[in-house]
Design a protein around this ligand. Structure first.
Ligand code: MHO
Length: 223
């Protein structure tokens, strides 16, 4: 499995408590599920997910951008703690999060799973075979990850950026690259969109390093 500490270096030395404690022993998974704003928010509150980032993958056009994707697809990439969740769990989530027999007419929004290594390839092929044995051919694309191009900052943690009070509290500590690679930002991005749970806030909210009144407002939003 790919292990790396890519995200950690984007954070300042005064990282918020949950980020300072986040493990760098992560593995990475990449999924396309339509417009990447939604799955970024939903995956950001999943137990075991440490970081998320959105980008372009699944094609061969060099240097894709949002305005010029070429043959790439919008994807969300997650770094997860393999002691807290598994690639199988994420794959199950992925297959429940879309209709695997109705892909998008637009390549930009394809349902797509991109494996990072042999172990992931085997898991993907098994997950596809299991589903095809039950109900016939899937249209979801399943391919090896070739390149991943990180998307523009304004697409990272998009839902959080649409919640200025919470975003500004985080931006007081972090620049755009740090926000992209922050566990706190990943959680907040889901929470402001109404994903996640009171239990998640109870477990981790105290380590967000945010003012109590903001946490109370997030809790109200969930209840
Ligand atoms: N606002 C666009 C989707 C953007 S997503 C990053 C829309 O709703 O059509 O592709």
């Amino acid at each position: 499995m790919t292990r790396h500490a890519r995200g950690a270096s984007a954070l300042p030395s005064t990282a918020l408590p949950l980020d300072a404690a986040a493990t760098s022993e992560t593995e990475t998974a990449t999924f396309g599920l339509g417009c990447f704003w939604g799955p970024d928010a939903r995956l950001g509150v999943r137990p075991g997910v440490v970081r998320t980032r959105v980008g372009y993958a699944g094609g061969s056009t060099p240097s894709p951008t949002y305005r010029d994707l070429g043959d790439h697809t919008e994807v969300v990439q997650v770094d997860y703690d393999p002691t807290a969740t598994s690639y199988r769990d994420l794959l199950d989530w992925f297959f429940h999060a879309h209709n695997p027999r109705a892909n998008s007419p637009i390549r930009q929004y394809d349902n797509l799973v991109l494996w990072h290594d042999e172990a992931q390839r085997e898991a993907v092929e098994a997950a596809v075979a299991e589903r095809e044995a039950r109900r016939g051919r899937l249209t979801t694309r399943a391919e090896p990850l070739d390149s991943f191009t990180v998307a523009e900052h304004y697409h990272q943690k998009y839902r959080l950026r649409s919640a200025p009070a919470v975003f500004d509290a985080l931006a007081a500590s972090y620049n755009d690259a740090a926000i992209r690679e922050s566990t706190v930002a990943a959680r907040l991005n889901g929470l402001v969109a109404g994903y996640g749970s009171v239990a998640l806030l109870d477990d981790e909210g105290g380590e967000f390093g945010l003012p109590e009144d903001l946490l109370a407002r997030l809790r109200d939003r969930l209840e």
